[in-house]
Design a protein around this ligand. Sequence first.
Ligand SMILES: [Fe+2]
Ligand SMILES: [Fe+2]
Length: 192
Amino acid sequence: MSIIASLTTDHRNVDALFTRFEQADPSDLKELGHLRDLILEQLSIHATIEEQTLYPAIREAADDATDDVLEALEEHHAVKAVLAELERMSPGAERFRAKMQVVIENVRHHVEEEEGDDGLFAAARKHLKQPQLEEMATVAERLREAGPTRPHPLSPDQPPFNVLLGVPMAVLDRTVTTARKVIERTVLGKAG
Ligand SMILES: [Fe+2]
Ligand SMILES: [Fe+2]
């Protein structure tokens, strides 16, 4: 499988979560909080994969792609900053849904650019060879199993520091994410 197919699947999956969030009953705080957790996790893993694999590879292979890669990194950064706020926010807070809507609009715009005719995925198809695209898909699968699951807007997003610091961060993240799921299951279990 190519990394592009893997990342495109992520885009569709996260958009399905966005639609669920937009259609959720605003008074169903449990559902809003649950969707926030899923969106946080999926976007954090997806951004890490792009930042550790595709983006640096495109930058190295295509001189004229540097500006687009830098803009994409800034867009990731802006989204992570809002996600980090959302992570600490109660789903019942007045600004909670508005804040998530900003994430949704920014990510949809970003995805449109990535997948567009002049976007980074097109640049990857043009400048990178199939074996490299497949090798990156393998790395992506490893990151899905062991990469950071929470947004870190202040951490490095370019190699080598994102790779070096990503590992200890991911271990801590997964402890937090697992604990959150256990709590949610326990609470929901009791409620049900
Ligand atoms: Fe991206
Ligand atoms: Fe993406």
